[in-house]
Write a protein that binds this ligand. Structure first.
Ligand code: ADP
Ligand code: MG
Length: 385
């Protein structure tokens, strides 16, 4: 979805009041009745129609003709606008540049602050898949069924923010978190390629063990990434070091299906290395042993506990998890592995580099080669004042 930052500078204070009123009304109404918008905004009925019309023209709200009444709903554009306005009021960001990622459930933009320092804005979009298509019950949404896309997107951003902060504070290789508002998070821009785009690597064995060590470090700190794959691991252009992103699905090692999530993360890396680099190792971490070995409490902290203490509550976590499970119902822990096309590459090059894992030093300066056509687009910061 296109993010239009031009409107940021051209909204009147009355328009802003109306927009905020629609957002507030959305908490309990799928379509916010005109009369309620007028009441919340404290503006007179007459003038308000014009204001709503002008907001609708810019796609910040959308008119809906209900069978019972006429009203408006907040659009993604409107929600984006409100979040970005908050971030720019706090001087966290100033201008919007190129979109660098479109996920199923997020949009990623390069943005800049007033000094011109670039960073990444991630907008969560959890309702993009229609809520109507969710089969499971939606009781966990409670009264908020009407605004579930806004609510769930915000929860995802709050969760990602809480995890990114705690991981960053404890020295994990993640982007530096900068700010969070509504469904958005702002973070450091990493000069890197997703592992997915790396065709050749000078030392796959070393990268493999670095990534497995990371899974182990996460687990010893009480966490499982839950989506530890070649899309969510960035490889720094300068140093070749991995940086991990994308945390809305992280789970605690105390989760009832923790072992299943842990194994899936490990398996993602094994499969990718086998297919892409023809690298296979007999060494890979096992869940129970990883936790047992931790008896001496090497890391000395439980990040899952810290996240909870940081304000992202267990209740929010449960709601988000239920939503995510209901959307991704088909690959939950109950089902067996989804791998479809492994056979052909499975056993090739078996003899190669079996023991390489033990950290081979020496090839630091040779950097991985990214796919030429998949290089990140040049960043054009737009919207000078
Ligand atoms: P999604 O939840 O949609 O998968 P991600 O957080 O994984 O979103 O980001 C999607 C893509 O955007 C990544 O694969 C990466 O290419 C890019 N990206 C995300 N965050 C950053 C960052 N901090 N620095 C550089 N690129 C990033
Ligand atoms: Mg991702």
């Amino acid at each position: 979805m296109k993010l239009d930052a031009t409107d940021l500078r051209y909204i009147t204070s009355d328009e802003f009041r109306v927009l905020t009123a629609v957002e507030m009304g959305s908490k309990n109404h799928e379509v916010v009745p005109n009369s309620l918008i007028a009441q919340i905004s404290g503006l007179r009925h007459g003038g308000i129609n014009k204001l709503m019309g002008s907001l609708a023209k810019r796609n910040l709200i959308a008119k809906v003709q209900n069978t019972k009444y006429e009203g408006y709903r907040l659009t993604y554009g409107g929600y984006d606008y409100l979040a970005i306005r908050t971030l720019s009021k706090r001087e966290s960001m100033y201008s919007v540049g190129n979109q660098i990622g479109v996920g199923k459930e997020s949009d990623i933009y390069v943005v800049a602050n007033e000094e011109g320092t670039q960073c990444v804005l991630k907008l969560h979009r959890l309702g993009r898949i229609s809520f109507r298509s969710i089969k499971n019950n939606r009781d966990y949404l409670g009264k908020r069924k009407s605004a579930s896309w806004m609510y769930m997107s915000r929860l995802a951003a709050q969760k990602e923010w809480a995890f990114m902060k705690v991981l960053h504070e404890h020295g994990f290789p993640v982007p530096t978190p900068i700010d969070q508002a509504r469904h958005c998070i702002l973070m450091e821009l990493i000069d890197a390629y997703p592992l997915r785009q790396i065709d050749d690597h000078p030392n796959p064995g070393k990268l493999y063990s670095t990534l497995m060590d990371l899974i182990v470090r996460f687990a010893r700190a009480g966490l499982i990434h839950g989506d530890f794959n070649e899309f969510n691991i960035l490889i720094r252009r300068e140093t070749g070091e991995p940086v991990v992103i994308d945390f809305p699905q992280m789970v605690s090692t105390s989760h009832e299906n923790a072992e299943w999530y842990f194994n899936r993360d490990v398996e993602c890396i094994r499969t990718f290395f086998r297919r892409r680099f023809r690298y296979e190792s007999v060494l890979y971490p096992r869940f129970k042993r990883t936790l047992q070995d931790n008896e001496g409490d090497e890391e000395g902290f439980r990040l899952d506990v810290m996240v909870e203490a940081s304000g992202f509550s267990k209740k929010d976590e449960d709601k988000l998890q239920k939503y995510m499970e209901s959307v991704k119902g088909e690959d939950g822990p109950e089902e067996e592995d989804e791998d479809e096309d492994e056979e052909s590459e499975e056993n090739s090059d078996e003899d190669e580099e079996e023991e390489e894992e033990e950290d081979v030093e020496g090839e630091e300066d040779a950097q991985p080669t990214p796919h030429a056509e998949e290089r990140r687009p040049a960043i054009i910061a737009s919207h000078a004042p």
